[in-house]
Design a protein around this ligand. Sequence first.
Ligand SMILES: *[C@@H]1O[C@H](CO)[C@@H](O)[C@H](O)[C@H]1NC(C)=O
Length: 434
Amino acid sequence: MASLWSVWSLSLVTFACFGRACSSHCPVLECWMVPDKARAGASNNQEKVLLNVRTDGHHAASQDAPPDGIKRIYSVGDPAATLCHRSLCPLSGSAHKPVCEISSFLPHPSTVKWAASLTESAFSPLYLQADWMAASIQGLDAQLGVSNVLRATTGTSDLDVVLSVSTTTVAVTAGLGEPVLLDCQFWADRASPLSGFAIEWRHQFRGSGEMILAYDGKADRLSDTPEQGATIDFAGLHQNRNASLIIRETKVSHTGTYICMVYLPNLLAQVTMELEILEPPSLSIHPASLPLIVTGQSVTVHCEASGFAPHSLDLSWEFKSPDGKTRSLGPGRISGHRQAWDGTYSQDTRLELDTSTLDLGRGGEVTCVGEHPGGTRRASGTIRIIGFSTPSIEDSMAMVGVALVLYGLIKFVSWTFIPSVRTSFICARRLKRG
Ligand SMILES: *[C@@H]1O[C@H](CO)[C@@H](O)[C@H](O)[C@H]1NC(C)=O
C-alpha cells in the first residue's frame, strides 16, 4: 500500500512538472512554508511542501519520505474545490507557476466590533484545539487569489479547509464612471461548530487606508461607514456566500488595493485585489483652423490634454506632408500636470512652427499625439505655407489672384473715395497738354 502511494505521488509530482498537471483533477500544489516568526530560534529558511488536494474528504495516509527538496507532503481536503481552479495548474515546462505560501495560524477571537458577536459566548470549542494553518495562493495570470484556513488533526499531515475566501478579480482596470464588480466569494465548512460570519471591505491607496463596509452577518448589522458609492448584495451574501463589492460608478479616488476579509468565530481569511482607473485624455488643438503662413514666419500651436487618469501621459507632435510622409516634431514645450476637482489630470504642450528652420514644404497636417496607458488619442490641424522658394503653380496662381484682388481694391478705393485726387490728376493732365 505504502509503495503504491509513493508511485502514485511521484507520478503526480512528475505530472505536475511535465504536463498540464490537472486538466480534470485537483492539483498538487508546491508551497513555501513560511517560518513561524514567533517561534524563538526558528530558522529563516523557507521550506518547500506539497499540497495534494482532494475533494472527496478521504485522506491517503503517507508514511513515505517525500521527494528530494520537499520537506513534507500534506493531504488537503477541499470539498468546495476552490483549489481545483484551472489557473492553479501550471502548463508543462512553463516557468510560470502558481504562487503558494503556507504558515501556521493561531485561532483567536477578533477584537473588531463587527465580528465581536461571533465569539461573545466566550466559550472556546474543543474543535479549535488542533494544528491550524493558513494558505495563500495566487493563480496564473492573476486569474485567481485564494486564502484558506486549514485544520489538521494534531500530529498528522491531513489538513481540511475550514474557511476559504477567493477572488477572480485580482487585477481590474476600469474607465471613469463605469460600474465595477470586485469579486469575493467564501466557503465555510458547515460541518464545523463555528457558526456565523462577518465581512469587512477595506481600501488602501498610497499608504492610507479606509473602511468601505463592515457587516456583522450574525446580527445582520451594517456598521456606519462614510458613503463610498459601494455596496454588497446582502441576499447573495447569505444565500451564496457572495461578498462581492459593487461600485456603481468609478471615480479616480476608487483606485487602489481592496481587501475582502471574512471572519468566522476565531478565524479570519482575506484576499486582496487591485483596481486601476484608466481614462485616456481628450485632446484639443488651438487655433482650431491653423492660419495661412508665409515662409519665414512662425506660428505657435497649442494642444490641451484633459480628463485623464493616471497622470502618466506622453505628449508629442507629428507632421504629415501631402505625400503621406510622417515625421516627429518632438514634444514641444510641455506644461506641468494640473488636477481637476474629480481627480483627473490635464496637461498641455505648445509647439512653435518656425518655417525658416523647419522644412515643412507647402504645409501639411500637424497632429498632437497623447500616449496614455488607457489609449492613444490624436488631434490634428492643417497648415498651409505660401511663399515657398520654388512656388508651385497653385501658389503662383494664388499669388497672382491676391495681387489682382489687391490691385482692384486699390483702384476701387481710389476712384470711389478720393475724387479730389482724380480731379486734380485730370486737371494736371489738361494743364500739361494745354
Ligand atoms: C456575486 O454577486 C454579484 C452582485 O449581485 C453578481 O454580479 C455576481 O455575478 C455574483 N457572483 C457569483 C459568482 O455568483
